[in-house]
Write a protein that binds this ligand. Structure first.
Ligand code: FPP
Length: 243
């Protein structure tokens, strides 16, 4: 496994890394724990590890798939537990986020989240708004198809109001109506737990993103795994279809 010294900083380091944090349930099962939630709880430490790695490499944006739109179909015990875990994570870490210049943001159908979790999230987002070292973007109640539906609705409304003609719609029109239009597309997408799936995550934004599958379950993910992914990324030849 790579450590920080093995990263060649003369080569490009991804500006935006996105992560599908997969495998918490399997980790809980492997450790013979009573509930899947204990896997999610262990996963919170891996989030901190990913933040440390971003700090060390000066990654500017980190987007984490923390709760999908489809995750609402899981048993209420688990969704309630995940919402509580999220609130606790924010409350326990906001001091450190502030010290390290991290701006917390969120994308997704946030109106579906419970009011108390939403209040904790909104307060941390407002408090950290002025931070500019790293944007930590949490995808919550997020689905990429839903994001594209929301963008389509917003474009249709603009057409209906007469401010936009269908012929004037470009890629930029769509990109500008996504949840976080100022965030550049991810350079690198990491998925843990050895699964090769995109799972309705950032479908528009990952058109030219380099994909990396880490073999470990998310609760076992540490800085070294992040550095492995970046080292692999640095060996890629990004051509954007141009040649
Ligand atoms: C997927 O594992 C993971 C999730 C559905 C939730 C991710 C949440 C965390 C890592 C909690 C901490 C995050 C923050 C931001 C505090 P899974 O349950 O689908 O695992 P499985 O595929 O093994 O069942």
């Amino acid at each position: 496994m790579a450590d920080l010294r093995e990263i060649d900083t003369a080569k490009p380091v991804p500006r935006h890394v996105a992560i599908i944090m997969d495998g918490n349930g399997r980790w809980a099962q492997q450790h013979k724990l009573r509930s899947r939630l204990q896997g999610h709880e262990a996963g919170a430490e891996s989030v901190r590890a990913a933040l440390r790695a971003c700090d060390a490499l000066h990654v500017r944006y980190l987007t984490l798939f923390a709760f999908s739109y489809e995750n609402w179909k899981r048993p209420k015990d688990e969704t309630d537990g995940l919402m509580r875990l999220l609130s606790r994570f924010i409350e326990d870490n906001i001091g450190e986020l502030m010290e390290r210049g991290i701006r917390l943001r969120a994308i997704g159908r946030l109106d579906l989240m419970p009011a108390d979790t939403r209040a904790v999230l909104d307060a941390a987002i407002a408090r950290s708004r002025g931070n500019a070292k790293l944007d930590l973007v949490l995808a919550l109640s997020y689905g990429a198809r839903q994001e594209l539906v929301d963008a389509a609705r917003s474009i249709a409304a603009a057409v209906q109001e007469g401010g936009l003609s269908p012929a004037a719609i470009t890629e930029q029109t769509i990109a500008s109506r996504l949840y976080a239009p100022d965030v550049p597309d991810p350079d690198l997408l990491i998925r843990t737990s050895g699964e090769f799936r995109v799972s309705n995550f950032l479908l528009w934004q990952i058109s030219y993103t380099e994909l990396y599958v880490a073999p470990v379950l998310w609760p076992d993910f540490r800085e070294e795994h992040f550095y492995d992914a970046v080292r692999d990324y640095q060996r890629r030849d990004r051509r954007y279809g141009g040649r």
